[in-house]
Design a protein around this ligand. Structure first.
Ligand SMILES: *[C@@H]1O[C@H](CO)[C@@H](O)[C@H](O)[C@H]1NC(C)=O
Ligand SMILES: *[C@@H]1O[C@H](CO)[C@@H](O)[C@H](O)[C@H]1NC(C)=O
Length: 166
């Protein structure tokens, strides 16, 4: 009788632990997709938000490939734009400097490609016969990959929860 009760107790304990851990793991999953408190759609310090993207304008100069590596180290890439509005925004901030952006091609006979290997839709024509594109004087121009210029990185805005990263 005592033994039976003991067994029963152990079974109940085990079941309770299993049920609890299942409940907790479900709760954990929920926390990943929604915030427990207020959420912020935001850009890191030194990045400027526009639409659904964040843009970083460099202070330093580098060649095209190293600029792209710099952006990737910050979980972005050389600037991509998807609409005339985004391009106008970039041109507006470009000022007097030339800035590498995320368009390149193998040769003047090849199509322009984004850094994600998708072909450029020619939203804005690119001047010159270089292999790497940069923003200059309100237009997109092209030059040699080894030229040192400033650069613009872009990445999607991040969703942050209050208490997680604040
Ligand atoms: C690559 O980037 C361009 C510019 O942001 C975008 O239009 C295109 O859809 C992207 N391609 C893929 C496969 O994500
Ligand atoms: C420029 O492109 C050439 C040919 O693709 C490549 O061999 C060279 O390493 C590149 N230079 C730089 C600085 O990225």
């Amino acid at each position: 009788m005592t033994l039976k009760f003991c067994c029963c107790f152990v079974v109940i304990m085990v079941l309770t632990v299993i049920a609890l851990s299942v409940a907790l793991s479900v709760r954990k999953e929920k926390l990943v997709t929604e915030c427990p408190g207020p959420c912020y759609v935001t850009c890191p310090t030194d990045w400027i938000g526009f639409g659904s993207k964040c843009f970083h304008f460099s202070e330093h100069i580098n060649n095209w490939a190293s600029s792209q590596n710099f952006c990737m180290a910050l979980e972005g890439h050389l600037a991509l734009f998807d609409s005339p509005e985004e391009l106008i925004f970039l041109k507006r901030y470009n000022g007097d400097s030339d800035y590498w952006i995320g368009l390149h091609r193998e040769s003047p006979e090849h199509p322009w490609m984004w850094t994600n290997n998708t072909e450029y839709n020619n939203l804005d024509p690119i001047r010159g016969r270089g292999e790497c594109a940069y923003l200059s004087d309100n237009r997109i121009s092209s030059g040699r990959n080894y030229t040192l210029r400033k650069w613009i990185c872009s990445k999607p805005k991040a969703i942050l929860c209050k208490g997680h990263g604040f």
